[in-house]
Design a protein. Structure first.
Length: 301
């Protein structure tokens, strides 16, 4: 059944090569998913060789895990590894039909990246953004062909979570949108078309919840108590564990975007900002004990 608002399938263009801008954790998960489900070459780009090697290495490491679990054959594992390559130059995107960006969540950075990609790809190539909360319309606005831009928002962990929010910008055309839905289906995701509104739909719900829990901790509720109080909500993981999975910097960024759009609904937390400024990647340490420095920040230290 065609998802609500999706254009006719026949408008979709074939995708034979994919580009991924960025080689961070999200980007490398995306590279693996595209290679595994589309079985086409996937090229990652980033600013330096170290990040690139790390991103490609992470995707290859995940393929080894799939092999060890018997989810892919040895033959398929080596084919997948060969499909995922890295390049420091966006020229390597020449011939790509679908490029997705997963770079730093800053509008000007994303606009610049898209302009650079547009200079090397064909007019038919779709440019997708995995932004968590920024406007797809604004991201496309300065391009020669803004009609090729779609929002393509995944959830962490990308390999496991089935939902994909697809966003139509003001100028997105039916061919780009139909291609996005066709790719989403090939990726075996459950695709929904959402409005180009701040943080789309899922993050509005999720961040509202997280922002209120963080606020309760700001106001003096101990972290352990807030986690226990949230347990009856039946979330797949406790809220502060989830914050570590998403990354506090991303959580803060989405919250700031939502606070700007709906100040009455999304409280800001100075303590969350302090935690991000201190370079903390979670409330919990890898052994799942609370990080005492984070606890100190939240107790006004
Ligand atoms: N990367 C890849 N695979 C992972 C993973 C990860 N980080 N974490 C878990 N998995 C895999 C496991 O390998 C396992 O796969 P298998 O069945 O092949 O062995 C499978 O997921 C289930 O894992 P577990 O049995 O260890 O654990 P759980 O059953 O507890 O599930 C979970 C783990 C899927 C992460 C679950 O806790 C969950 O759904 N958590 C909530 C995640 C969530 O809400 N994400 C959305 C964040 S918002 C977002 O991303 C948007 C952004 O814009 C901010």
């Amino acid at each position: 059944k065609r998802p609500a608002g999706a254009p006719d399938k026949s408008l979709a263009r074939p995708v034979t090569k994919v580009g991924v801008v960025g080689a961070g954790l999200m980007a490398s998960q995306l590279a693996l998913l595209f290679a595994r489900r589309l079985e086409v070459p996937v090229v990652l780009t980033d600013l330096d060789q170290e990040r690139l090697d790390k991103g490609v290495g992470h995707a290859h490491g995940e393929i080894d895990k799939l092999l060890a679990k018997g989810r892919v054959s040895a033959d398929k594992a080596s084919r997948l590894k060969a499909l995922i390559t890295g390049s420091l130059s966006k020229d390597a995107f020449a011939g790509a039909d679908f490029v997705i960006e997963a770079v730093f969540e800053e509008m000007s950075v994303k606009q610049k990246v898209f302009a650079e990609v547009e200079a090397v790809v064909s007019d038919e190539c779709v440019l997708a953004t995995n932004t968590s909360s920024l406007s797809v319309t604004e991201m496309a606005a300065k391009l020669r062909r803004p009609e090729r831009v779609v929002g393509f928002h995944f959830f962490n962990p990308v390999a496991v979570l089935p939902l994909l929010e697809i966003v139509r910008g003001e100028k997105t055309d039916d061919a780009a949108l139909a291609t996005a839905f066709a790719v989403g289906r090939q990726l075996k995701k459950s695709c929904v078309l959402v409005k180009d509104a701040p943080a789309f739909v899922v993050n509005r719900i999720l961040v509202r919840l997280l922002a209120e829990i963080v606020k309760a901790v700001d106001e003096g509720t101990p972290i352990e108590t807030a986690e226990r109080a949230a347990a009856p909500l039946g979330l797949p993981m406790p809220p502060f564990v989830l914050m570590g999975l998403v990354g506090p910097a991303i959580a803060l960024h989405v919250n700031e975007t939502l606070h700007a759009a709906f100040p009455d609904r999304f409280p800001l937390s100075d303590n969350l900002a302090k935690m991000v400024a201190a370079g903390k990647t979670g409330v919990y340490r890898p052994d799942f004990t609370l990080d005492p420095e984070v606890v100190e920040i939240f107790s006004g230290g």
